[in-house]
Design a protein around this ligand. Structure first.
Ligand SMILES: C[S@@+](CC[C@H](N)C(=O)[O-])C[C@H]1O[C@@H](n2cnc3c(N)ncnc32)[C@H](O)[C@@H]1O
Length: 493
């Protein structure tokens, strides 16, 4: 009988909304066949892959994944768990014998979710596995085999069950790529700006874009190049453009509180060098996206970008007050001025650009902002559409205060060689500028705003607790106090 091809995917409980989309993208990237049994918000999925090599491919790119294990046993209670594990060992004796020799050192890691176990309790769990025919020595540093014993105690920290809901045992196969989050963290990056994209999200975006070694990747709103860094980390050749000369030449004011002037050598190139990716850096150019400078036949494997929302950085484009014949006259110097680049025009241009400049099957990945305060302006039909692009995924990230943003991934399925504006469908809400939508809520009273913020804080607190975070500052106390105060105001009104 062959070994089971079932695996446990143990995820980090962060950016849970992006997990499924990343998983689907990686399945497509590596053309992996799979059967999954669980795909909810729990930190683990049980999944069936053809073999270990395929499982390792997935782990070699996943940012959401903490570790992947070969499943040996799963039970909903201790009794079934131990019964299943015993049965597995009996059934697979021949295959497993090499793991249980005198020469094979081992380690058993005890993992729990939503429950803290003392060292004594952990040892008890390990001792409950005394029927494993282990003969080798324990090696906590570099074992030949590592097993994970994992217990899942529900998602709600305010209502921890008496017994674990799931118990697993599996052979550790590989970790995911979460070490990259630290490796390219903004904290230590040479060149950053106010809107530099967080390392984890930029890596997730590169996965959504299916970046693979040798791909040509473009960011038309490149800023400090965070999205180029993650794409280059996965082997893409990267190219960027931005309208802001001062930003691209690192002459804008430094964003770090500790820095008074920018270093001379700050640049997007320096960022790529910092992460040993300079061989994949093509260039960045000063260019206004509304006046595309690229040849029509230039094709990218993916376009990954974070367009301006007009809140922290301006949405602008170059305009001219002269007619074009005047500009061409060298005696008549032309100083371009900028005007506001309406967001719906920007999205229209972006979809048009992608439909023309992506290779067939290529992906466009970008963020779309929404107001989530008093008027939730999101509905499914608000997502921009283009006849040549299929929407692959739409994942929300709740931001602080009054906004959220959605990471949209599109795939090009039809060749398109002309800019035809009626191929883009934009919902009327998007034609209202995000800045206006954002500030529209300013006509509500201050107490309403405070009340809303208190509710948001409470929601955030509950979500943090759900993720297993222990809130140690005075915030929870303040939340309780505010809840009481606002309840009183509401009652008095
Ligand atoms: C949200 S920021 C991008 C940040 C970038 N992802 C990073 O990690 O630094 C948006 C960028 O778009 C640029 N931008 C605004 N209008 C533009 C236009 N018309 N054409 C090209 N770039 C533009 C801004 O200068 C800004 O750097």
């Amino acid at each position: 009988m062959s070994l089971s091809k079932k695996y446990i995917l143990w995820f980090a409980q962060e950016h849970v909304e992006f997990r499924q989309a990343e998983f689907n993208s990686l399945m497509k990237l590596f053309n992996i066949q799979h059967i999954d049994y669980i795909n909810d918000n729990k930190p683990f999925w049980v999944i069936e892959f053809p073999d270990d090599a395929v499982a390792l491919q997935y782990a070699s790119r996943s940012i959401a994944l903490r570790a992947i294990l070969k499943l040996w046993s799963h039970g909903k209670n201790y009794e079934t768990f131990h019964k299943n594990l015993n049965h597995f060992i009996e059934q697979n004796q021949a295959h497993l014998s090499s793991l249980f020799t005198k020469e094979t050192s081992f380690k058993i890691t005890v993992e729990t979710y939503n429950k803290h176990l003392s060292q004594k309790e952990k040892i008890e769990r390990i001792e409950s596995l005394d029927y494993l025919p282990l003969k080798g020595c324990v090696d906590l540093q570099l074992p030949n085999v590592e097993w994970w014993y994992a217990e899942f105690w529900g998602l709600d920290p305010t209502n921890v069950p008496d017994k674990p809901e799931d118990i697993f045992f599996g052979q550790w196969l590989a970790n995911g790529q979460r070490h990259l989050i630290k490796e390219i963290s903004l904290k230590n990056r040479k060149f950053i700006g106010n809107t530099s994209m967080d390392a984890q999200l930029s890596l997730l975006m590169a996965n959504q874009a299916l970046v693979k070694p040798g791909d040509l990747v473009f960011d038309p709103f490149v800023g400090t190049g965070s999205l180029l860094v993650s794409a280059a980390k996965f082997g893409g050749y990267v190219l960027g453009a931005d309208i802001d000369f001062m930003m691209l030449h690192a002459r804008a004011r430094p964003s770090r509180i500790t820095q008074r002037v920018r270093d001379k050598d700050e640049s997007v190139r320096a960022n790529l060098e910092q992460y040993n990716c300079s061989d994949r850096y093509l260039d960045v150019v000063i260019a206004d996206f509304s006046n595309t400078l690229w040849r029509n036949d230039l094709k990218f494997d993916s376009i990954i970008t974070d367009p301006p929302y007009g809140i922290r950085e301006a949405t602008e484009k170059i305009e001219t007050k002269h007619n074009k014949t005047e500009i061409k006259n060298s005696a008549n110097l032309h100083y371009p001025s900028t005007s506001r680049y309406a967001l719906h025009h920007l999205y229209q241009d972006l979809l048009m650009f992608a439909s023309m400049h992506l290779k067939l099957g290529g992906r466009l990945v970008f963020w779309l902002p929404f107001c989530s305060l008093f008027r939730n302006d999101y509905t499914d039909d608000i997502i921009p559409q283009h006849v040549s692009l299929t929407l692959i995924s739409n994942s929300e990230q709740i931001l602080m205060g009054r906004t959220s943003r959605r990471l949209l991934t599109y795939e090009k399925h039809v060749e398109s060689n002309h800019f035809v504006y009626d191929k883009v469908i934009l919902h009327p809400t998007l034609t209202l500028d995000f800045r206006e939508r954002y500030f529209e809520s300013d006509d509500v009273s201050r107490s309403e705003k405070r009340m809303h913020r208190a509710k948001q804080r409470e929601k955030g607190r509950l979500e943090a607790l759900k993720r297993g975070k222990v809130i140690t500052d005075g915030r929870s106390f303040k939340c309780t106090m505010n809840r009481q105060r606002f309840k009183e105001i509401e009652e008095n009104n």
